[in-house]
Design a binder for this molecule. Structure first.
Ligand SMILES: *Cc1c(COP(=O)(O)O)cnc(C)c1O
Length: 393
């Protein structure tokens, strides 16, 4: 008989009861160091006092009014995101895939508003992940996720990641935009080369295309900059953000330059829940912390420290691990042994991580970890690897 909760996930048999910073505590009392962070979502860890207070204060005042009325919380958060980024304007939604879908619509409207409605196709890349709506699945073109859902949504031309020749060859009179993750998450912590991102910018300028970045996972401080594309020193036209933006409160955002958003006039796009008062209270509280002096610098320092520890572990255990990849606190441990088994054994030893493609274990701690958490995680990984090599475990 089917479970009451629709069985669309393979779930591990542990139920967490509460969280404290970088730790999760299970109902049975077990304590886990959380280097999964809800898949890069709990950017400020669990039960951050500033966020708890913001949510509780707002909860007693007002939760939701719809977007029929002005929203001071949206205005404030949008102004702060605009001031801190390439963007001139922001649309709030509830999830990553909604930011992707809305961004796709924005790209198509840009061209139709400019008198070129025939430009509606989007170039995308292998290994990418953009979420689970029908269009986002078509964009990512991962056969595993498309299977059984009927004809693929048209309008996406998928080419090899980091391959500029394939990009150029795929451009036609119908191309509207290029959609790319600056650092692929689900795809196995695969980096777009910085020069590739710069080349994409140049190609978009050459052909009048929009550069649309999926920063749902790599954005909001994850790589040690507010947005990962800042490392390439380019300005995109559109960015989808989500995961870390609410530190656990469901929230997403489309950020765009003014020109790119020229087709987004009243009535063309909307959401009932997006940007409600609870979400904006939390989003603004997250920004209070992330925009504070030294926050990103500390993420970069912790990222470097963690990267260094992982590199040392790879050197000691070459039969288990092959390499370390990623940036900031979005790191991947490429495994020789099955990554899924590594994730299981780490979890059994009290460390939560996430598997990804290319036999990679994703390491995505809260951005607020201390050196002691890095030491603790490294010791758990070392112990699991040592036990593995000695044939135990
Ligand atoms: C998680 C993710 C999405 C989808 O976000 P949801 O909130 O699950 O809809 C899209 N793109 C990337 C890069 C992601 O990591």
């Amino acid at each position: 008989m089917i479970q009451a909760v629709m069985p669309t996930y393979g779930r591990y048999d542990v139920a967490f009861e509460r969280g404290e910073g970088a730790y999760l505590i299970a109902a049975d009392g077990r304590r886990f160091l959380d280097f999964a962070a809800g898949i890069a979502v709990n950017s400020l860890g669990h039960a951050h006092p500033h966020l708890v207070r913001a949510l509780q204060d707002q909860a007693a005042k007002l939760w939701h009014t719809s977007n029929l009325y002005r929203s001071p919380g949206q205005e404030r958060l949008a102004e702060r995101l605009v001031a801190a980024s390439f963007a001139d304007t922001v649309f709030f939604c509830n999830s990553g895939v909604e930011a992707i879908e809305g961004g796709i619509k924005l790209c198509r409207r840009y061209h139709s508003a400019g008198g070129k409605p025939e430009r509606w196709r989007i170039i995308t890349f292998d290994g990418s992940f953009h979420g689970r709506t029908l269009a986002a699945l078509a964009a990512a073109n991962n056969p595993k996720y498309l299977d059984g859902f009927g004809p693929k949504v048209d309008g996406f031309d998928n080419v090899a990641f980091n391959n500029l020749n394939e990009v150029r060859a795929a451009i036609t009179d119908e191309t509207a935009a290029i959609l790319v993750e600056p650092l692929q998450g689900e795809g196995g912590i695969r980096k777009a080369q910085l020069q590739f991102l710069r080349d994409l910018r140049a190609v978009c300028d050459e052909y009048g295309l929009l550069l649309f970045l999926d920063e749902v996972q790599c954005g909001m401080g994850r790589t040690g900059r507010l947005f990962a594309h800042e490392w390439a020193e380019i300005a995109p036209d559109v960015v989808a953000a989500a995961k870390g933006i609410g530190s656990g409160f469901p929230m997403g955002a489309i950020l765009a330059r003014e020109e790119a958003a020229r087709g987004m006039v009243p009535g063309v796009h909307g959401t009932t829940f997006g940007g409600n008062q609870l979400a904006m209270a939390v989003g603004n509280a997250v920004m209070d912390v992330m925009l504070a002096d030294g926050f990103m610098e500390r993420v970069r320092e912790r990222g470097e420290a963690l990267y260094g520890r992982l590199m040392a572990i790879v050197k000691v255990f070459p039969e288990i691990f092959r390499s370390v990849r990623g940036a900031g606190l979005m790191l991947g441990l490429e495994c020789v042994v099955p990554a899924g088994d590594v994730v299981n054994r780490l979890r059994d030893s009290g460390l939560l991580t996430v598997a990804a493609a290319e036999n990679v274990v994703r390491i995505l701690p809260p951005l607020v970890i201390e050196q002691s958490h890095i030491d603790e995680a490294a010791e758990i990984i070392e112990n699991v690897a040592a036990k593995w090599e000695s044939g135990g475990g």
